[in-house]
Design a protein around this ligand. Sequence first.
Ligand SMILES: Nc1ncnc2c1ncn2[C@@H]1O[C@H](COP(=O)(O)OP(=O)(O)OP(=O)(O)O)[C@@H](O)[C@H]1O
Length: 215
Amino acid sequence: MTSDNVITLRGITKAYRGQQLFDGLGADFGAGRIHGIVGHNGAGKSVLFKVICGFVRPDAGTVELADAHRPEPGGYPRDVGVVIDRPGYLPDRTGFQNLQQLAAIRGVISAEKIRATMSEVGLSPDLRQKVRHYSLGMKQKLALAQAVMEDQRLLILDEPFNALDPDSVQAMHALLRRYRDQGRTILFTSHQREDIEALSDHVYLLNRQRLERTR
Ligand SMILES: Nc1ncnc2c1ncn2[C@@H]1O[C@H](COP(=O)(O)OP(=O)(O)OP(=O)(O)O)[C@@H](O)[C@H]1O
């Protein structure tokens, strides 16, 4: 793997109950770039992200991560922010309280950092509303805040703009570009062509069990 690549996939093969999702899939994801992945419903984009994160084991093939992200034996990749599926939050706590609880696991960021990150994604940290009363878009912003609040250098974001209003999408684009310009690496999926076109340095199509780079 060249030092420029954050993730190298080789020969990834995966089937679920006879449904072949990947067949010898390979890809190199370079550092400091935004990589947009498209593919039809059910093509396997979420599963691919889970394979990269070590949540799902491929039937064959290897996922090689740059040194900074390589997991400890038996653990998950380090310094990675993830949005995949709906994260489970405590419904009777506020957004801030939820993030505070999650931040306590590693204990590397302050309450001020959590507040600043919430503001950055467009959520007021002072909002007293419990998460059970959050709209879908608000939950999505909370998930994004969780993924980035510890300044993770690699972001794996499955449909990060889902349920966001157009202004919030634009704000999130600007935020992700800023992170990229800081040298962070971002992989994301979207069903919106405009998001992919506007944001991606490189575009990949997941089709016929392979990942084809189209830009
Ligand atoms: N744990 C699992 N057990 C069995 N099948 C699964 C499992 N996880 C995913 N699949 C199947 O793998 C296929 C790909 O799912 P995945 O969610 O990765 O698609 P996707 O490309 O993200 O789709 P979408 O664009 O609709 O979000 C689907 O047919 C899904 O049912």
